[in-house]
Design a protein around this ligand. Structure first.
Ligand SMILES: *Cc1c(COP(=O)(O)O)cnc(C)c1O
Length: 496
């Protein structure tokens, strides 16, 4: 019995998990899972910005039912499951329609924005090699572009040029981008919008560059694809960002963000099938038969394809417009509140077109990460960003009902942060100390020091994390930061 208790204890604490020898009851399995999620972010309280896009109970039931109905089906072979073939092609067709693609426009569903981007980059690389003989491919992207492009460049051996954004409005600097274009450029990229500040890059101007140099232009509408069309129809000012710009070759848009579909659903779209064909992979010599796969994944979950089809049909333009209207109203309120607190040293960065808002400090007395911590202490989950230091809010349906509470908490947190605090001084001292030490210690010692500091000062919620993030920004050697993050990631992917 003591041994049983020890095993139970071991399982609960997750210590050195061995493959389970014995069967458990279902109750036990679910009990263990409930325990595991005890300290998870309670997103149902509406206090989590980004990460979760919650459409409400009624739609939750719909997509769960659709997902489980096709739970076991595999989207790898579309001839085996004509249902999934129908769902995928229809989701793609509806999405291309939303992006103003013509009858030539095609695409595929993928597991998410990253996979859509990997697919588009792979297609552009093949296209460049096949039709232009490009052997040493390069891409030109704005600094604000999603790191999935860095990932793609890293995976596929492509040289990536990051170009600064315009200081005035954080949108991509088209002239600077053009300067980096060479005969090896396989793709240039604009975002609609870029995640950090929620602003749409000047896609039409990028189109002109693409035209002049005969380039593949990708528009990353991962976060905005299923939101911007409604925002535009609601009468807000939205610049052209989709296939209406004739030089746009491909687009990415995530169903599992403002499409409110089940996780694991995105679309990659192409202007025509000649371009999409470059995305496909075929191997004809395998002993298991001819193998063909459209995207990065082999096996593809039927559930997320079916759930996406279900929600698009259920809501339609009417339903999405209603949701978008509420989200935009909430966003307006947040922007107005920030403006009303201007004299306390905060401001919205640039002029975001939709519902992603980031806030920076405009006064040395306002420690923006300190403000983030205050909001964290009140239970709000927000992202901290750098260059410039800022807080990021992706507002979606799940936040709308709670936005008035957020405004109250924001005002209170701003007041508190405005009054100089001991934490602020401590954070600054830690930064100065680390900066000094970095001149004396080698990289390994430095990593250990930073690790130690992060254990003392950071990690977990709702503790204060401003010092930790700020400190990373202050480290003079990028190598230190990279190693530190790699160590942290390694730790996160291990049983503790
Ligand atoms: C979320 C996002 C991505 C990546 O999508 P994942 O689904 O997280 O892989 C790419 N680009 C932008 C602009 C995004 O917001």
């Amino acid at each position: 019995m003591a041994k049983e208790a020890a095993i139970k204890e071991q399982e609960e604490t997750g210590q050195k998990v061995k493959f389970p020898k014995r069967k458990k009851t279902q109750e036990r399995v679910f009990e263990m899972m409930e325990k595991a999620r005890e300290n998870d972010r309670k997103w149902r309280d509406g206090k989590t910005f980004s990460l979760v896009f919650y459409p409400g109970e009624e739609i939750e039931a719909l997509i769960k039912k659709a997902y489980t109905t096709f739970f076991f089906e595999n989207g790898l072979n579309p001839t085996a499951f004509l249902s999934l073939k129908k769902f995928e092609t229809e989701v793609v067709s509806m999405s291309a329609d939303l992006m103003n693609g013509d009858s030539e426009a095609v695409g595929n569903m993928t597991s998410g924005g990253t996979e859509s981007i990997l697919c588009a980059v792979k297609a552009a690389k093949n296209y460049g090699e096949r039709f232009k003989g490009i052997k040493k491919p390069e891409m030109v992207v704005p600094m604000s572009v999603h790191p999935a492009f860095d990932k793609a460049a890293n995976y596929f051996g492509i040289k990536l040029h990051h170009v600064p954004v315009r200081e005035s409005d954080m949108r991509c600097d088209v002239e600077a981008m053009e300067k980096k274009v060479s005969k090896n450029t396989i793709m240039i990229v604009g975002s609609a919008p870029a995640y950090p500040h929620g602003v749409v890059d000047p896609i039409s101007d990028l189109g002109k560059v693409a035209e002049k140099h005969d380039l593949w232009l990708h528009v990353d509408a991962c976060v905005g694809g299923y939101m911007l069309p409604w925002v535009e129809r609601l009468g807000y000012k939205v610049p052209l960002f989709d296939f209406r710009v004739p030089q746009v070759s491909s687009m990415s848009m995530d169903l599992h963000k403002y499409g409110y579909a089940a996780k694991g659903a995105s679309c990659v779209l192409y202007r025509n099938s000649e371009k999409r064909k470059q995305q496909y992979f075929v191997y004809t010599e395998w002993t298991g038969g001819i193998y063909a796969s459209p995207s990065v994944s082999g096996t593809r979950p039927g559930g997320s394809i079916a759930a996406a089809w279900a929600i698009l049909n259920y809501l339609g333009e009417e339903g999405y417009m209603r949701i978008a209207k509420g989200v935009m109203k909430a966003t307006e309120k947040v922007k107005a509140k920030v403006t009303s607190l201007e004299d306390k040293g905060i401001a919205v960065i640039s002029d975001p077109e939709l519902s992603l808002v980031s806030i920076k400090s405009t006064h040395r007395k306002m420690d923006i990460f300190g403000l983030g911590d205050e909001l964290g202490l009140k239970g709000w989950h927000i992202d901290k960003q750098q260059d410039p230091d800022s807080l990021h809010f992706t507002i979606s349906h799940g936040n709308v009902e709670h936005i008035d509470q957020f405004l109250l908490d924001l005002e209170e947190a701003v007041e508190k942060t405005w009054k100089a605090s001991i934490h602020k001084t401590a954070a600054r001292a830690t930064r100065t100390f680390t900066k000094g030490m970095s001149k004396i210690l080698n990289e390994k010692q430095m990593t250990n020091l930073v690790n130690w500091l992060s254990k003392v000062g950071g990690g977990g919620l709702p503790k204060r994390t401003a010092a930790m993030y700020g400190l990373m920004g202050e480290l003079p050697n990028q190598g230190d930061v990279d190693n530190l993050i790699l160590d942290m990631l390694d730790g996160l992917n291990r049983v503790e």
